[in-house]
Design a binder for this molecule. Structure first.
Ligand code: AMP
Ligand code: ZN
Length: 117
């Protein structure tokens, strides 16, 4: 079933509490936790509790939850007191996606170059 937990998915395991994470926020539909390999002073991942392989698949199937992810990203940025920040959805291996459960990176706390690498 689309959206169902996947046994081999790291982020489904974090949602289910089977793998520890430094959780900073949780809502009915999302979890936000610190990235284990931070690329900026603030580097938080916001994920939907439902499993979709990337942000576009999530938005197509569950647009309300996709909006929840964006709203939670904003709340994380506010709580971390970030004046400017970047929300990144790596999509596809060539763009650096390594975990196939939709997630937003919230990055801030340092200058962020544009264009990104
Ligand atoms: P991506 O490369 O866009 O798929 O992002 C996956 C992110 O998940 C990377 O930034 C990893 O550092 C992060 N990550 C992998 N395993 C964990 C974990 N157990 N807890 C927190 N973050 C993780
Ligand atoms: Zn998953």
């Amino acid at each position: 079933m689309p959206g169902e937990p996947q046994a081999d998915c790291l982020f489904c395991k974090i949602v289910e509490g089977q793998i520890p994470a430094t959780i900073v926020r949780e809502s009915d539909t999302t979890v936000a936790f610190r990235d284990i390999n931070p690329q900026a002073p603030t580097h938080v991942l916001v994920i939907p509790k439902v499993h979709y392989r990337d942000a576009a698949a999530l938005a197509a199937a569950e647009p309300t939850i996709a909006a929840d992810v964006l709203r939670e990203a904003q709340t994380v940025a506010d709580e971390e007191k970030l004046e400017s920040y970047r929300i990144v959805f790596n999509t596809g291996a060539g763009a650096g996606q390594t975990v196939w459960h939709a997630h937003a990176h919230v990055l801030g706390g340092r200058g962020l170059e544009w264009p990104p690498g």
